[in-house]
Design a protein around this ligand. Structure first.
Ligand SMILES: [Zn+2]
Length: 273
């Protein structure tokens, strides 16, 4: 790989600026430089760590959603169960009312036999009529409640099946999520170990630049040249620099500070070729 042809001139920002890392055009490094190659690998490991951490971080929320779904179908079941209890209680109340009416009717009929006065007799007949009418109404109410009870029992059965299915599904989901969490933790452990091996191998200057870029929210410190532009911020690279990048030179984007390399070399580096 030939020497970098880009002038090693700083575009003007001073070191210590809090909004962006210090910038400079490329040094003598090319992508074949082992330091930059290591940095690409480190950045790959960090990207994988980030993905795995995000996936792992989402698992408790997914468990909560599964539990909420279960609680919701349990709630539906309990609501129907309560409805049924109310209907059964209603029927008991009606039966009690009917028994009271029956006792009252027997009492009135007994009294009727002893009444000698016509007016009192008619009044008592009216009373008996009222009680009989009330008993008819109670019977109708009992029938209504019985129809409703049938409906509620059918609804309860449906809700119970739905709840049972929900219990099974939630258990399965939680089991899968736990398995996924274990896998992610294991792969995070391996990735962290890989990072611990790689990080000290990256040169101090590059390592610091990398951390600065990441600190500024730029996860990918080394990007490829994409259609003549920096693959990070998409700012056009001067044509001469683009040619040099394609020839293997490394270029520092003056806008975002990322290392811009040619895509074929980046691919090679990512895949460890
Ligand atoms: Zn850029």
């Amino acid at each position: 790989m030939g020497p970098c042809l880009t002038p090693a001139v700083s575009p003007g920002r001073k070191a210590g600026c809090s909004c962006a890392p210090p910038l400079s055009f490329c040094s003598e490094r090319s992508l074949m430089d082992s330091d930059l190659d290591l940095l690409v690998r480190l950045q790959q490991v960090d990207a994988e760590i980030e993905r795995a951490s995000e996936d792992l971080g989402r698992i408790p929320q997914e468990v909560r959603i599964a539990e909420e779904e279960l609680a919701s179908s349990r709630g539906e079941y309990e609501a129907v169960e309560h409805e049924l209890e109310q209907l059964l209680q209603g029927q008991k109340d009606c039966e009690r009312k009917k028994a009271d009416s029956r006792a009252l009717l027997a009492d009135y009929r007994g009294k009727l036999l002893q009444i000698r006065n016509n007016t009192e007799y008619r009044a008592m007949l009216d009373q008996i009529g009222f009680v009989e009418q009330a008993m008819d109404e109670t019977d109708s109410r009992i029938l209504e409640l019985m129809y409703s009870e049938d409906e509620a029992r059918a609804k309860l059965e449906t809700a119970r099946m739905k709840y049972d299915r929900s219990v099974q599904r939630t258990e399965r989901k939680k089991q899968l999520l736990q398995e996924r969490a274990s896998e992610l933790k294991a792969s995070l452990g391996k990735l962290e170990a890989r990072r611990a091996e790689l990080a000290p191998l990256v040169g101090v200057r590059l390592g610091r630049r990398y951390e600065q870029l990441r600190g500024a929210g730029r996860r990918m410190a080394v990007v490829s040249l994409q259609r003549g532009a920096c693959g990070g911020c998409m700012t056009n690279v001067p044509p001469q620099n683009a040619v040099e990048i394609e020839q293997g030179a490394t270029y520092n984007c003056p806008i975002c500070g990322r290392f811009v390399v040619c895509s074929a070399d980046l691919e090679k580096s990512i895949h460890g070729e």
